[in-house]
Design a protein around this ligand. Structure first.
Ligand SMILES: N[C@@H](CCC(=O)N[C@@H](CS)C(=O)NCC(=O)O)C(=O)O
Length: 199
């Protein structure tokens, strides 16, 4: 398999970490859909990362769809998202909060790249309120990683989201605002699978 995209994207990073956790061999191709757009779009015309190219040549896009495929080939006993019931609903809600936080932080990050006179402060404030709400909800799940047990998808994606926000919008996670998320992130970032995918 080939994973196309850079680990500075939380979506690419969560797929990279997942591939390591599931011990799936892959080649990482760190193309940027921004600075290497022509080369990137040869793999996926929409031009968004991540892209996963299977050994058959089939191309998958959208990180949730890629994670779903990786869980499917891992099989029910090794899958990183529970297969059904309340545990699955809880996991999907946590993942939705984490990806919502990423989406809002990305929107803020893109907005700040505009010429200063065209930056919409109201838009940034709106996204920031939504980012804070997503993190407050994530914090309420009290996720923790004890001992050496295998990472689950809720931990991978939450830690990728937290690290991304800390890098691009550090103000949002200042002053030990989210102690559970901070602890989870520190524990995950020490894992070999995270160290293999530096953002
Ligand atoms: N929902 C998508 C989001 C992917 C996404 O937004 N990727 C960004 C980088 S973080 C990207 O490739 N942006 C380039 C563009 O949209 O032109 C997923 O989970 O894969």
């Amino acid at each position: 398999m080939k994973l196309i995209g850079r680990y500075d994207s939380p979506y690419v990073r969560r797929v990279g970490v997942t591939l390591h956790v599931l011990e799936q061999p892959f080649e990482h191709v760190p193309l940027s859909p921004f600075s290497q757009v022509i080369e990137f779009r040869k793999h996926a015309a929409i031009g968004r990362m991540p892209v996963l190219i299977l050994d058959s040549g089939e191309t998958l896009i959208e990180s949730a769809a890629i994670l779903d495929h990786l869980d499917e080939i891992a099989g029910p006993s090794a899958a990183l998202i529970p297969s059904g019931g309340p545990e699955r609903r809880r996991s999907l809600k946590i993942l939705a909060c984490a990806t919502a936080a990423c989406d809002k932080a990305i929107a803020i990050n893109y907005e700040r790249r505009r010429p200063v006179e065209r930056i919409l402060d109201d838009w940034i404030e709106r996204c920031r309120t939504q980012l804070d709400a997503a993190f407050a909800e994530l914090e309420s799940f009290h996720l923790e990683l004890r001992g050496h047990r295998r990472l689950q998808q809720i931990e991978i994606t939450t830690a990728c989201a937290y690290a991304y926000v800390r890098r691009v919008e550090p103000d949002a996670v200042q002053a030990k605002r989210y102690p559970w998320l901070e602890r989870l992130s520190s524990a995950c970032e020490l894992r070999q699978q995270f160290l293999a995918c530096p953002q």
